[in-house]
Ligand binder design. Structure first.
Ligand code: MG
Length: 356
């Protein structure tokens, strides 16, 4: 089998309502879709969801990379030599992790389609579905509580509350949500780098009665000593998100016992191949993994889901980015039922962009 053509195009996905976290407010997401056509008729599909603050890329840079720099290396190559092809772009596209993720996804999609099997089974096959949390961006206490009630009413049993701008209000938000949803719902909190060590400790102490499941990325991404400090001083598990961008970061965080958990996002790390390696490092250090996402279309969510379904130490999924997007043409690439995500059951990632 040979790759004969790459098509990449940008798609604007407005959010159903503005989404605020500690360092930005998002109203619209630009995703780039990728199709890798082969001479066998199989077409691999991928998606990039760059976020300049995190992945360091703009959408037009990703589009340029996929249109100009990847084709000369890929056209004529055997798409089943996944590792070799990814190695060939690893250095050149070092600063374009979401572009690499789109390529990686499309190659794995071809593998699954060629084998006639859903990707999660090829990657290892551990579970056939996973519960996902749903995220509530920063908003007033009242509207946070209202959103929490709404999501629980729709069957979600795990909520992720965003904060990191105002500790006192964060505490109030968490306590009020716990009061509203009752003791059975799992609550997670993500400060998106917004706290200091002292604020993190105060926050965890003040919210003890809410029994938070975990505290995600309390301090700025490069302040690893502070991260380690928080981890050793609070009573709940601490998770690295923005501090984990690569396999090397995973090793550093694991070796230094700086966190209890890691949030692996395909767009940050460059795709499934890298995610599997990072997850192995996490497992070697006894760290639990969560698969997270950006503001990304259903197709990219599906790729994250296949990875999550293939590994036993991926205990958590936070794969809800597509739910905020209006007019996502790939929304049906995953099936959501009562807060649990299922793949479509079709080969590969399970969705064909050529159906659009
Ligand atoms: Mg996060």
């Amino acid at each position: 089998m040979k790759i004969i053509r790459l098509d990449a195009w940008m798609y604007s996905l407005p959010l159903s309502e503005p989404y605020t976290i500690a360092y930005e407010t998002v109203t619209q997401a630009e995703n780039i879709f990728l199709r890798l056509a082969t001479d066998s008729g199989i077409v691999g599909c991928g998606c990039a969801a760059p976020d300049e603050k995190i992945t360091g890329e703009t959408a037009s840079q990703v589009l340029d990379v996929l249109r100009e720099r990847v084709p000369p290396l890929f056209v004529g190559a055997d798409p089943l030599l996944i590792t070799r092809l990814l190695e060939s772009i690893g250095t050149q596209l070092a600063d374009n992790p979401s572009a690499r993720a789109a390529v990686d996804m499309a190659l794995y999609d071809i593998l699954g389609k060629a084998a006639g099997l859903p990707l999660w089974q090829i990657l290892g096959g551990y579970r056939d579905s996973i519960r996902t949390s749903i995220t509530i961006g920063i908003q007033s206490v009242d509207s946070t509580v209202e959103k929490a009630r709404k999501w629980v009413g729709q069957g979600f049993t795990s909520l992720k509350i965003k904060g990191g701008v105002d500790v006192e209000e964060d505490v109030e938000r968490v306590l009020k949500v716990r009061e509203a949803v009752g003791p059975e719902i799992e609550l997670r909190f993500d400060a998106n780098q917004g706290f200091s060590v002292q604020q993190s400790i105060a926050f965890v102490e003040s919210t003890a009665s809410a029994e938070l499941e975990l505290l995600e990325q309390p301090v700025p991404r490069n302040q690893l000593e502070a991260l380690e400090n928080v981890t050793s001083r609070v009573s709940i598990p601490v998770m690295a998100d923005e501090s984990l961008m690569s396999l090397r970061d995973a090793f550093r965080l694991a070796r230094g016992e700086m966190v209890d958990m890691v949030n692996i996002k395909l767009m940050k790390v460059g795709g499934i191949f890298e995610a599997l390696q990072i997850n192995s490092v996490a497992r070697s250090a006894g760290l639990e993994s969560m698969v997270g996402c950006m503001d990304e279309a259903g197709l990219a969510i599906a790729a994250g889901l296949h990875f999550a379904l293939s590994r036993p130490n991926v205990h958590y999924a936070d794969l809800d980015g597509h739910l905020d997007l209006l007019n996502d043409p790939t929304r049906d690439a995953v099936i959501l039922h009562n807060g649990t995500l299922y793949p479509t059951g079709k080969p590969g990632i399970g969705f064909d962009l050529s159906d659009l």
